[in-house]
Structure formats: structure tokens, C-alpha cells
Design a protein around this ligand. Sequence first.
Ligand code: HEM
Length: 407
Amino acid sequence: TPGIPDILSAEFNADPYSAYRIMRSEAPLIWHEPMQSYIVSRYEDVQRAFKDEVFTTANYDWQLEPVHGRTILQLSGREHAVRRALVAPAFRGSELREKFRPVIERNARELIDGFRDAGSVDLVSQFATHFPINVIVDMLGLDKGDHDRFHKWYTSIIAFLGNLSQDPGIAADGLRTREEFAEYMIPIIRERRGNPGDDLLSVLCRAEIDGTSMSDEDIKAFCSLLLAAGGETTDKAIAAMFANLLAHPDQMEAVRGDRSMIPKAFAETLRYTPPVHMIMRQPAEDVVFSGGEVPAGSTVTCLIGAANRDPERYADPDSFNVFRDELDASTAFTAAAGHLAFALGRHFCVGALLAENEVEIASNMLLDAMPDARPADDHAAEDKGVFTRGPARVPVVFTPRTTVSAG
Ligand code: HEM
């Protein structure tokens, strides 16, 4: 489409938001030949594709299945409802808070201890990329000595998922990871069935609804999904929140002074810089979007990053503002928050509450450890990625607390 850089180009990657602006106003429905997909960018269209039952998830058979196996993301209808009901209770309120809060705290502390006396840190490579993976490994009751292996598998899986240009090396590495992950997980799942504990893996082994439970392969696939769906997203979201606050020192001070604003800062981060920018859907019938009609069975790419900055939905959408009237700390991690970063409808993120707990705990501890955090150098953090997107690095300097109290 004239005037809009191709979605797979370096120019688009450097600044998708400028392209989103033109798409929303001038080309709200685009046919993209190489991706064999329609693209929608307006809030009302993306919201509809997530909520309307006529749409199912589309690309996951070729994108997720080879690396994870069959997960709830590929399922629809009753099959999805049953599988989701089997796993969802482990990620709800009291169970999550009581059981996993100490796990989250422990893992945040371990990583912060690695740099708290240094006075400088890259929050991406030294904190955010490790923290959610370490939490998941710990929640599942797996060996913490295996963190490095999990980090390697995680890196390989997300490279595979983001491999829009079909690099054969990345593809082969992802398939190897699927094998290695299965070889590691299946014996542990079998062992855990016979010798259950209090961990998430044992909960998944025991889960049963009306005689339906998960096979070893189902559980392995779900654990693999947790690494990607719960890792990369939370990783990028924590990094983006700090990057956004560091770029707006007045807002950083407000959040530091009133920690009850953390959920608002996080919800605004998910609106302004969502970790997942693109999700695909497929309508079972012909559908009319604001920009035109899409035939049944076609693929529709929904641009979350564009929808979240639609001026029809948000005033002054290109400003990061934790003081927005509509932000509400009590619903910041539910569908009521309004932004589309967790999707909506039947696939709405299962891990939203876990993400909330992880972010709240980690942010509080990071703000305590870095009492005067400021950007380490002049240039703003650079975001990367078109499918998922987040800061490549967030270098921070601060006065270590020990020095503060000694002085
Ligand atoms: C689904 C985003 C954290 C597990 C989703 C979807 C999005 C999303 C957009 C919908 C995908 C689709 O409809 O195609 C995020 C973001 C997170 C986050 C932005 C952090 C800020 C987590 C965490 C977990 C998790 C911590 C781990 C428990 C899942 C699962 C699904 C999902 C299992 C599939 C739900 C289903 O198909 O019914 N997430 N996620 N997510 N997320 Fe998250």
C-alpha cells in the first residue's frame, strides 16, 4: 500500500507506530500477499476479531504446533473450553497469591542480588529475560540447576515463533528444542504422577474434569507454551515499563512515591508498548470490518500495537501517561482494562494475574534496590520486533543502597 512500509521491512521494524497511524486512518483493511493475510489496525476491528465467536485462532497450526505440540492456543469451541478449565484454576486468585508469591519474591531477589551493589544494570539482559522463566521453572517444581537449559530453550522457542522470514537455521534449532524439551519433561511428568507434590506440574497432572485429564504430551506442550507465552511477554513488559518510566522522570517519581500506582503504570505500558503486536484469526463466515469485507476462511492479522493507540478509543494515544483518568489499579490486569495486550474473549491471557503478581513484586523490589534509577546513557532505549516487540536493552545507573545509608 503506497506510503506504508512493508510490515516485514527494516523501516517498519524501526518505527511501526508511524505506519500504524497511516494504516488506521487510510488503509484500515490491507491484503498482504507474502503473508497471505488481511491486516486490521483499528481498535473496533481488532476487538471484534478477538471477541466475536465467529473467529478462531489461525496461524498457530504452522507457527506453534511444530515447536510446542498441541496447546490450548490452537483449540477452539468445547475442546478449548475443557482444556482451559483444566489449567486455569492454577492461575487464579488465592491459590496463586498464597502459593507462588514466595516463589516470585525469591526469584526477583536472586537476580537483583546479582547487581544491587554495582550501581549499574541492563534491566533486559540482567533481569527481565531471566525473571519470568526462573519463576515458571520454580513454580513447576523443576530443578533450578537447569535454569540455563530453560533459558536456552526459551530463546530458541521465541526465535522460532518470531521467524517471519523463515530462516532455516532458526527453524532447525526450534525443532531440536522441541525434541530436547520432550526428552527432559516426559520422564519428569511420569515421575510426578506417581510422586506428586505441591508444585504446578503436580497440579496439572492431577487436573480432571468429568473424567477428562491431560496426557503426558498435553502437559509437556502446555509447559512449553508457558515458557513462551509467560516468558517473553512478561520479560518485554517489565523492560518496557521501566523504559517508559525512565523516559518520563516525573511519572517515575510518582510511581516510586506511591507504589499503589504500579498496576496503572503497567496497564499503561501494555497499552502504549504491548509485548505482542500481532495476532492472527480466521473467520468461519464472511465478515464486514470497518475497512471492508473479508471472506470466510481467510487469515486476519490483528495489530494490537495499532489498536491500542487508536485516537477513536484513546485521547492523546501516542503519549505514555500513568495519570490517565480511565486507568484503574483494581482492574488493570483484567479485560476491563480496555487495552488489547492480553487479547479478549475465549483466549484472553490465562496468565494475566500471574503477570500482575510478578510485575508488582519485581517492580517494588527494583525500585527499592535502585532508589535513584536513571538512564545510563543519552540515547533512548531502542525497541525491536514486529511480531513481539520490546526494548533491546534498558541500561540504568543508580546509587547502591549501601552507599546511600553509609553516606
Ligand atoms: C494467551 C499476552 C503473560 C500464559 C495470551 C494472549 C495474549 C497474551 C495476547 C492471547 C493469544 C491469542 O489469543 O492468540 C500476554 C502478556 C503477558 C502475558 C502481554 C504479560 C505481560 C502470561 C503469563 C502466562 C501466560 C505470565 C503464564 C502463565 C498464557 C496462556 C495463554 C495466553 C496459557 C493461552 C490462553 C488460551 O488460549 O486460552 N497471552 N501474556 N501469559 N497467555 Fe499470556
